[in-house]
Write a protein that binds this ligand. Structure first.
Ligand code: GLA
Length: 410
């Protein structure tokens, strides 16, 4: 197998796609496919996970976010079937799911476990294109599950890419991202915004994505790996609250928005209000609504500062936005925890660190630190010592790079 990725969407812009980071993983996915299903060789696909530099909890508030598709993600070996059977396997999960497409309704069933995500994508793809045939698929990934790096968006996007390629439907990247997003919200029931699926589907080598979720509109902004590295720091704290706490934050933001619409003016998104407008309605707001809205409104400013800093290669100012973002998500949005606070504080105390913050929804999982290249080993050692001294547990560290985006592996 040659490790040359080729894009499957017709809008491909010609940017080069590097080899998958883990050829052995792809071999394992293909080997399992052959062992399970036999038949002709499957086609292989990859979609990345993501980290979000700044713009925490802004996507479902119509704000601007700055994610980066990383060089880790989910691989899929897949083949179309002539009948209506769906057969789904994963290298990391015991549960194997076989079902007839006739059994797929509008919502997930709990017995499908992890497979609810790709089944939801199949459902959305079928609704969009009218294709009713089933498929066989094996997934394998090198992005840790439930850690804040968006393994769920990666599995959704890789499934959408695979279905599009297998059936020659030629949907563009935005359409694939929307099908993937719908699987997570409509089918699985997490009220997330569009960031994760768009970051995965629109990922591009050497660039981060400035996604204005209100449109959505987007552009890519260069990120210089010679000037700055991204260290992921995994607290290994499971994100138990992630689903319930996340949906609660979405509801709290909706409440804050409603109050602002009534008391200030009728804007379509919470992220559209200015700080002055928020201040003017302080009396009308309960304390929780006010803090949630303050995070959203000030995070919009931080994202704008971060983008300006990135454009002029000012990684120190970019890092300062991450620090401020972490404080705001901790104090106003209440999605941090001791582990994330300690690990980001410890990182900030190290030489060579531009800034640090939690990534993803929060409540546990991973934080990121931006570093001067060459400092990851010493930062990992010092942060690891501080974390272990406090919690008696060893966190994990990894330098993530911008990946080359999703595509078919030819
Ligand atoms: C999760 C959601 C995203 C986004 C982030 C917080 O990752 O899936 O849509 O809201 O949290 O920024």
């Amino acid at each position: 197998m040659a490790w040359l990725a080729r894009d499957v969407a017709h809008e491909f812009d010609g940017s080069s796609m590097s080899a998958p980071t883990r050829p052995a993983l792809l071999d394992a996915v293909v080997g399992r496919f052959r062992g399970e299903f036999g038949g002709a060789a499957p086609r292989c696909f990859f979609a990345p996970g993501r980290i979000n530099l700044v713009g925490a909890h802004l996507d479902y508030n119509g704000g601007d976010v700055l994610p980066m598709a990383v060089d880790r993600g989910i691989y899929a070996a897949a083949a179309a079937r002539p009948d209506g059977l769906l057969r789904l396997r994963s290298l990391d999960q015991q549960l194997a799911v076989d079902l007839d497409v006739a059994a797929v309704g509008r919502r997930m069933r709990s017995e499908w476990g992890w497979a609810a995500y790709p089944i939801g994508v199949w459902h959305g793809f079928q609704q969009r294109t009218g294709v009713t045939k089933g498929f066989d698929v094996v997934f394998g990934g090198d992005v840790p599950m439930a850690s804040g790096l968006s393994s769920s968006a990666a599995i959704e996007v890789v499934t959408a890419l695979a279905l599009d390629a297998l059936h020659g439907t030629r949907l563009d990247r935005q359409q694939l991202a929307l099908i993937a997003h719908r699987a997570e919200t409509g089918f699985v029931g997490v009220r997330c915004g569009i960031m994760d699926q768009f970051a995965s589907a629109l990922g591009r080598a050497g660039q981060v994505l400035l996604l204005r979720c209100a449109g959505p509109r987007w552009e890519h902004v260069p990120f210089d790996p010679q000037a700055c590295e991204v260290l992921v720091m995994d607290t290994k704290k499971p994100r138990h609250l992630a689903k319930s706490g996340f949906n609660e934050r979405v509801a709290q933001c909706a409440t804050a928005h409603e109050i602002l619409r009534t008391h200030v003016r009728d804007l379509p998104h919470l992220a559209s209000y200015s700080f002055a407008e928020l201040e003017s309605s302080r009396e009308a707001m309960d304390e929780v609504s006010f803090r949630r809205a303050r995070h959203v409104v000030t995070e919009m400013e931080r994202t704008a500062f971060a983008v300006a800093a990135l454009r002029r290669h000012d990684y120190a100012t970019l890092g300062a936005q991450l620090d401020a973002s972490h404080r705001s998500t901790a104090v106003d949005f209440d999605v941090s925890c001791d582990e994330l606070d300690v690990i980001t504080d410890a990182a900030r105390a190290c030489d060579g660190v531009f800034g640090a913050r939690l990534t993803g929804a929060g409540f546990g999982g991973c934080a990121i630190a931006l570093l001067r290249p060459g400092s990851s080993a010493s930062v990992g050692r010092r942060v690891g010592e501080a974390f272990t001294a406090r919690f008696g547990l060893q966190p994990a560290f990894d330098v993530l790079r911008i990946g080359s985006g999703p595509g078919e592996i030819a």
